[in-house]
Write a protein that binds this ligand. Sequence first.
Ligand SMILES: NC(=O)c1ccc[n+]([C@@H]2O[C@H](COP(=O)([O-])OP(=O)(O)OC[C@H]3O[C@@H](n4cnc5c(N)ncnc54)[C@H](O)[C@@H]3O)[C@@H](O)[C@H]2O)c1
Length: 336
Amino acid sequence: MTRTEARGTILIADFDFGDVDIERAIAEGAGFELLAAQCKSEDEVIEKGRDVDGVLTQYARVGSRAIDAFTRCRVIARYGTGVDIVDVAAATRRGIQVTNAPNEWCADEVADHAVALWLAAARKICVYDRATRQGTWRWQSGEPIWRLRGRVFGLLSFGFIARLIAERARVFGVEVWAHDPFLDESEIRSCQVRPVSFDELVEGADYLVIQAPLTPQTHHTFDRATFRRMKPTAILINTGRGPIVEDTAIYQALTEGWIAGAALDDLEEEPAKQRGWLPRSPLFTLPNVIVTPHAAYYSEQAIRTVRRFAAEEAVRVLTGQPARCPVNDVTAGSRP
Ligand SMILES: NC(=O)c1ccc[n+]([C@@H]2O[C@H](COP(=O)([O-])OP(=O)(O)OC[C@H]3O[C@@H](n4cnc5c(N)ncnc54)[C@H](O)[C@@H]3O)[C@@H](O)[C@H]2O)c1
């Protein structure tokens, strides 16, 4: 389809799922041209997206500079739940609808992954696996391992995914605590979870799962001062966003015994947003860290769902229908 024939252009700013067949079928089926790019910086988003009508983005940042440079854009659809890579306030100002995917698209996957990371770290699965491959057949390779039952399993946030994690964790006999400053304590209690302050969570958790969104308030929540207050036997699991944890601080915490272990589904440097990333972080040298490549959301079903959803949201907005998952209210903004 050429640009002149099309109703407009939808840009995929970046993607890592191999092809864009799902999006192409939806966009072209509705009469739009689809452009697929691999932007790794906001300047690249500006270059590719200046004159497009809609943008889908996976990891590429669509900040206020890009939003101000757009001449026609009416929708920014995020492949996923978190919208920390989009300057939502700038989009609202310019009357651009931002959409995300409903929590359900990958909530089970993330909850499963959080529990898998927790169990792998607590039961020292990766430590044992490395040891047996090197010819060491001794239970002592994993010492010490503590019984899960009766220990405190803490959640930072008690949103959609955290609730699913709580359900799963309870089966192991742990006491589940959660800190969420935006929820009524009664709502947390009604799920048989103990609402606690941030201080109680940090100081009392044996296992602490970060499932809060990345916001200016949560950025670097886990810095040296926070790690200093955790139990030396604690294990931190991050299935939220990398920058909630300060990498130099967690490295110090793990090497100096302020905490016992960590299982991270992302790093502060967010490798997915970089071109030619290499594992230079000293965290990769530590035996008490497990790292997965921001894969918590992944299942074949989840990926297909989110791709379809984002493309459909862009088409809906561009054809005058309301978004199913709007992040902002654009009635007050001025359209570019
Ligand atoms: N690793 C992955 O693959 C993956 C996949 C999906 C989502 N996520 C992350 O998980 C986050 C949560 O997802 P969700 O679907 O549960 O979202 P949600 O909107 O249902 O819940 C978010 C919760 O976080 C709480 N919250 C906000 N600020 C907080 C703070 N400072 N401290 C504690 N709690 C705070 C909110 O009150 C809310 O209850 C997303 O924002 C995203 O960053 C990661």
